[in-house]
Design a protein around this ligand. Structure first.
Ligand SMILES: Nc1ncnc2c1ncn2[C@@H]1O[C@H](COP(=O)(O)OP(=O)(O)OP(=O)(O)O)[C@@H](O)[C@H]1O
Ligand SMILES: [Mg+2]
Length: 633
């Protein structure tokens, strides 16, 4: 119904107009019909009565021989408001008296003449004549003989005028009624439509921007049931806003928990596809968070690790029970560093009966695992160290005896020259054994107080310890240091640093390489006013790739899977910092060298150790209050 209006006001108005027009029209029709019949009946009765009464008056006047009275009665009858014309005719139909003035009215019409023959006795006869007139005729008797006829006619136009007037009044009243009710409907329609359109606008605004409450509360424009509805709507919006704020708080709390929890957290679906991942988990896999979403465990992790986690995820989905503390081992693709994760999985339900995702919690247990291993190894080393020290100690006595015996043998008379030479060589080697036992004991028994130490002694003692290894590799050692150079330090710890650096250089070197050990007075390269000692250990070994170079000072970082603990440089760095020094590394790996013959590979470790009374004091103070990193390691 395209033509039907869309607004409540116009619909009400159109409905009302249709109804009222129909009812007023019907009413007018019924009224017209009823009034027409009633007026006609009444007019006919009246005319019949008038005709009878005229006939009676005429018969009485004729009986009295007063024919003039008859004329008088006819004229009086003509004055009656309902009578159009009154006449008296003789029995032949000649008009003797009539109420009108026109001459033509003195004769009867043929239709009237015909009626005269049909009138019988005392009955009145009424007919409809041309020109919308009714006429009743009554015979007039006097003394038993017919003396004439009394005629009374009625003009139907008069009746029509009356009906018209009634209808006109009805129409005017109907129009006023329709206009008044239309006005009322418009006013009432407005009081219904306006608040509804306010509600409608509010609902649309809420639907388009649920977060924007600037349009609320809606104005309560009426005080009726719709006004109550608007108030309820306002309260509902306020309560929704409150609930949304609560929900937002909960969501931000969950987000913040996920983002900042100090554990790796991820959620995966039944196809092992990541749906959410936090920063720590991404740092464990080494892939940005955004690249996890939509990918599977198998896409991002090594096959072995992925399969183990997938099995735990499957169990969380099927058994709907958590799987706890699964130890998973792998290696970083970039640095090839081994890692250990402790992984737990658990079912995540979004509805009570439906497991939607599996939560994966991953803890990096690599450090713990490495430190456990390092502890085990350092315990072994400590035992070996103690054993070595006690052996060194025990060797001293027989060694002294051997040295004495060799001395006696050398000075024995009659000793052939060749034998004396052998004895001298044996004496030389025995002295080396004595030196090694001394060094071993010195490593084991560290002084607890800092003291001034001769650097050349420290460097020589370490080099002599590595003498065998250096020889077997055929490394050429260049010693560039002043024998008089001294430093106020923990000699044992500085020896440990030198031993670590030289040990690493030997590990990196190929047979026939070079090893440079240098020490000289220098100045801090960042603070030239600070004087001290600069130590350098340089090798022509394999060098370090930038990826390795970045991590060398981290605890447990090693590329020597089987033999290294990864603690050497970490401890050395701590010792240098404790001595207020700095470490500087330059390295050139084989991959960076295009022509190995022209440009050598290798690594240079440079250490600056300040030698200043202030540091000497600070070191003594530190010794009193702290345990040294060496002891910790
Ligand atoms: N001179 C060097 N040349 C090449 N690589 C080196 C050199 N010095 C150190 N590195 C690298 O640095 C890593 C860490 O050295 P660090 O001394 O801390 O541990 P490590 O030698 O592996 O084990 P540890 O010293 O505990 O036996 C080594 O594994 C090695 O990869
Ligand atoms: Mg080392």
């Amino acid at each position: 119904m395209r033509w039907w209006p869309r607004s409540i006001r116009w619909q009400l108005l159109a409905g009302l107009l249709a109804l009222e027009l129909l009812s007023v029209g019907l009413f007018a029709l019924l009224l017209f019909r009823q009034q027409t019949h009633e007026l006609a009946d009444r007019a006919q009765e009246r005319i019949a009565y008038e005709a009878r009464s005229l006939a009676l008056q005429a018969s009485e006047a004729l009986a009295e021989q007063q024919i003039g009275w008859v004329g008088l009665s006819v004229r009086m009858m003509g004055h009656s408001p309902t009578v159009a014309q009154a006449k008296f005719t003789d029995p032949a139909g000649k008009v003797l008296f009539h109420s009108g003035n026109e001459a033509g009215e003195s004769t009867l019409e043929p239709a009237e003449i015909q009626q005269m023959t049909l009138v019988n006795g005392n009955a009145v006869r009424c007919v409809t004549l041309a020109g919308n007139r009714w006429e009743c005729v009554h015979a007039v008797y006097a003394g038993g003989t017919l003396r004439g006829f009394a005629w009374v006619s009625y003009d139907k136009l008069w009746m029509d005028e009356q009906v018209d007037s009634i209808l006109r009044s009805t129409m005017i009243f109907g129009a006023i009624w329709i206009a008044a009710s239309a006005l009322l409907v418009l006013v009432m329609g407005r009081s219904i439509a306006r608040p509804i359109s306010v509600l409608h606008r509010g609902a649309v605004a809420l639907m388009n921007a649920p977060e924007d409450v600037a349009h609320f509360p809606l104005p309560v424009v009426v005080h009726n049931e719709i006004g109550d509805l608007i108030e309820t709507f306002n309260r509902m919006v306020a309560s929704l806003a409150e609930q949304r704020a609560g929900l937002n708080d909960t969501l931000s709390l969950l987000d913040s928990m996920l983002a900042h929890a100090p554990i790796g957290l991820a959620f995966v679906d039944r196809n092992f596809r990541f749906v959410r991942v936090n920063r720590i988990f991404a740092s464990l896999t080494g892939v940005p968070i955004s690249r996890h979403l939509g990918r599977t465990l198998g896409d991002l992790l090594a096959a072995g690790a992925a399969q183990e986690i997938e099995a735990a995820v499957t169990q969380a989905f099927s058994a709907e029970e958590p799987v706890r503390n699964l130890e998973i081992n792998g290696a970083s693709a970039a640095t090839r560093r081994p890692w250990t994760w402790l992984v737990s999985t658990y079912p995540v339900r979004t509805q009570p009966a439906q497991v939607r995702w599996a939560g994966v919690i991953a803890l990096d247990a690599s450090d713990r695992k490495r430190s456990e291993e390092a502890l085990r190894r350092s315990e072994k080393l400590a035992v070996t160290g103690r054993l070595a020290a006690s052996i060194a100690h025990e060797i001293n006595n027989p060694l002294e005896a051997i040295t004495n015996l060799l001395f006696l043998l050398e000075n024995l008379d009659g000793m052939p020259e060749a034998a004396r030479q052998y004895v001298s060589m044996a004496e030389h080697e025995a002295r080396r054994i004595a030196e090694i036992t001394q060094q071993t004991l010195r490593f084991y028994r560290q002084p607890t107080q800092p003291a001034r130490a001769t650097l050349a002694d420290l460097l020589d003692s370490v080099l002599s310890l590595y003498h065998g290894k250096l020889n077997s590799l055929g490394l050429r050692v260049e010693r560039r240091y002043d024998p008089a150079l001294t430093l106020f330090c923990f000699a044992g710890e500085i020896r440990q640093v030198i031993a670590n650096l030289i040990g690493n250089a030997i590990d990196a070197s190929a047979p026939g390489g070079r090893l440079l050990v240098r020490a000289r007075s220098s100045r801090d390269w960042k603070n030239p006013s600070q004087s001290g000692i600069r130590l350098a250990v340089a090798d022509t070994g394999a060098g370090m790739a930038p990826g390795v170079r970045e991590h060398i000072f981290e605890a447990f970082f090693t590329t020597k899977e089987a033999t290294g603990t990864g603690l050497g440089l970490w401890v050395s760095h701590e010792i240098v910092l404790k001595h207020h020094g700095r470490v500087h590394v330059r390295s050139r790996p084989a991959a960076q060298v295009e022509d190995a013959a022209k440009t050598a590979t290798g690594t240079v470790f440079e250490i600056f150790l300040p030698d200043h009374p202030e540091f000497a004091q600070a070191l003594s103070l530190a010794a009193e209050t702290k345990t040294t990193p060496a002891t910790r390691a």
